[in-house]
Design a protein around this ligand. Structure first.
Ligand code: SF4
Length: 245
């Protein structure tokens, strides 16, 4: 794949679309996990614009901000594509909250990771079952934990391919695309949230600060992941399809 210069926006968009089309060709059933952050809106716009057979889903943890739910509705209307909402196992959430309280994620890293496992990692594993590949909006620039991200990867955690079409995009590339294509975005971005996750675990950051520093800000930067992409969380799922190589 050719690497585009940062300012060559049409080439960047073309390369990202190429990655998505290649995923469908190579991996059969491909799904897109959208958190409705800025990067994911670029990808949704590309998928919907090209009418690619990639099913979009989002993980509704039960603690998302209202602004994210609002954007899901706006995206449904704008793109006229189904967006599956995947929720956590209710009994697991109930047991965790009963034992540890509703805000246990502030008490220790172990409890935070367990909350992410129940509300995010386990539902993700369920949503990926049967897929040959999943698409994400990961970018290298986002965090120290993501510096090695590439466009085409093998996700050993879930046993399927993982496609990150924006892996080499910069923050400016993302926002240039969003504005140029008039893509709807989460209202929280304008209030200082470069990265939007669960409401109690995300806050605004000062201009110029690390964009991920508003996520789990009370933890060390190396551990600021929810377990969807790299984790100390053991959630196993068998995911192979006939279309998988
Ligand atoms: Fe729980 Fe916070 Fe993780 Fe959301 S981000 S699943 S509220 S610990």
């Amino acid at each position: 794949m050719s690497v585009a210069f940062a300012s060559d926006y049409p080439a960047l968009a073309h390369a990202a679309l190429d990655a998505l089309e290649r995923a469908v060709e190579w991996h059969g059933r491909v799904v897109f996990a959208s958190s409705f952050g800025a990067e994911d809106m670029v990808i949704l716009d590309l998928i919907a614009g090209a009418r690619l057979p990639i099913a979009t889903f989002t993980l509704d943890t039960g603690r998302l901000p209202q602004e994210t739910h609002d954007l899901v509705d706006v995206a449904r209307r704008r793109y006229d594509v189904p967006i599956e909402v995947v929720v956590p196992n209710a009994a697991d959430v109930e047991a965790f909250v009963r034992l540890n309280g509703p805000n246990a994620f502030y008490d220790s890293k172990d409890l935070r990771v367990e909350c992410c496992r129940i509300r995010k990692a386990a539902p993700l594993a369920r949503a990926l079952a049967g897929a040959g590949a999943w698409v994400t909006g990961l970018r290298r620039e986002q965090n120290v934990t993501r510096a090695g991200v590439d466009v085409d990867e093998q996700d050993a955690l879930h046993g399927i391919a993982k496609v990150n079409p924006l892996a080499h995009w910069s923050h400016d590339d993302v926002w240039h695309y969003l504005r140029a294509h008039d893509v709807p975005v989460n209202a929280l971005h304008a209030r200082g949230y470069p990265s939007v996750g669960c409401a109690p675990c995300t806050r605004a950051v000062a201009p110029g600060d690390d964009p991920r520093s508003g996520r789990w800000w009370w933890e060390a930067p190396e551990s600021r992941e929810c377990g969807l992409h790299r984790r100390p969380i053991a959630v196993k799922v068998a995911v192979r399809t006939e279309a998988s190589p």
